[in-house]
Design a protein around this ligand. Structure first.
Ligand code: MN
Length: 247
C-alpha cells in the first residue's frame, strides 16, 4: 500500500449564485499532484476538532500536509491583533492545531507549507510577525507581485539539517507569498533556512524527527524545480517508513 497523506484545506463562505452562504472547503490541486508524483495517496481532511475523529485520522493517515492560506489568529501565540493582520478563520485554526498536535504526539510525519509552516511553528511554541513589513524594517518584500512559481529570493540552508539532506544545496531560490513569518522560537525548534534579510524560511524540531516546514510554496514549483519535488518525495518516504515500523 502506498502511504496516505492527509491534506488540510481552507474554508470560506461561498458567494456564488446558487450556493450563497454555503461553507465551502478548498485547496489548490497542486498539493495532491505533487503527493501523487512522489508516490503517495492524497486524502483531503475536513475541518474538525472532534477528538474521536482526530484520533482516527491520526491512526489511519501516514503523513500530514499542512497547506497555505489565511493568517492564524494571534490568540494562538498570546497576542492581540495588529492593524495589519489579515483575514483569519477560527474554525480552520482550531482544526489544524488539533490535528498537528495529534500527529506530533503520535510521532508521525508533518510537512508544513506557508500558513502550514506557521501553524506547525505555533504548535511547537513559536510566535509570529503578524505582518513582516510593519514589524521588521530590515526585511525585503516577501509578497511581491510575481508568477506563483517564480524563484523570487535566495535562501541559505543550514548544512546540518534534514532540509539540506533532502535538497542537497546550501542555497536555493524560492517563491515568496507571505506577509507573516516566525519571529521567536524555543530551543526545541531549529531554524534550517533564512532569507538574506534573516527572515526565517524553514524549521525543524529537535523533539520530533520527521517534522519540517517551509515558508515558501513548493507545490507551485514542483514541476520545474527538483528542490520543490524533493520535499514531497521526503514526506511520502518518511510516511511509508512509519508504516513499516508499525507492522
Ligand atoms: Mn520569503
Amino acid at each position: 500500500m502506498k502511504p496516505v497523506i492527509g491534506i488540510t484545506v481552507s474554508v470560506e463562505v461561498n458567494q456564488n449564485v446558487g450556493m450563497t452562504q454555503q461553507q465551502v472547503l478548498f485547496v489548490s490541486q497542486e498539493h495532491a499532484d505533487a503527493v501523487i508524483r512522489a508516490g503517495g495517496v492524497p486524502y483531503y481532511l475536513p475541518l474538525t476538532t472532534d477528538p474521536e475523529l482526530i484520533k482516527q485520522y491520526t491512526e489511519q493517515i501516514d503523513g500530514l500536509l499542512l497547506t497555505g492560506g489565511w493568517d492564524v489568529d494571534p490568540m494562538w501565540y498570546q497576542e492581540n491583533p495588529l492593524p495589519q493582520l489579515g483575514e483569519i478563520s477560527p474554525e480552520r485554526d482550531a482544526a489544524e492545531m488539533a490535528i498537528a498536535q495529534a500527529f506530533l504526539v503520535a510521532n508521525k510525519p508533518i510537512f508544513g507549507i506557508c500558513r502550514g509552516h506557521q501553524v506547525l511553528a505555533i504548535t511547537l511554541g513559536c510566535k509570529l510577525y503578524q505582518d513582516i513589513t510593519s514589524q521588521n524594517n530590515e526585511a525585503h518584500n516577501h509578497s511581491p507581485k510575481m508568477p506563483r512559481n517564480h524563484p523570487m529570493h535566495r535562501i541559505m540552508i543550514e548544512p546540518d539539517s534534514q532540509l539540506h539532506d533532502i535538497i542537497g544545496h546550501t542555497e536555493i531560490r524560492v517563491n515568496s507569498m507571505h506577509h507573516q513569518a516566525i519571529r521567536d522560537y524555543p530551543d526545541t525548534v531549529k531554524v534550517t533556512a533564512q532569507a538574506e534579510d534573516q527572515i526565517i524560511e524553514a524549521i525543524e524540531s529537535t523533539l520530533y524527527p520527521n517534522v519540517l516546514s517551509v515558508q515558501w510554496h513548493p507545490e507551485c514549483m514542483f514541476q520545474e524545480y527538483d528542490h520543490a519535488q524533493q520535499l514531497f518525495d521526503w514526506l511520502v518516504k518518511v510516511s511509508s517508513k512509519e508504516k513499516v515500523h508499525q507492522v
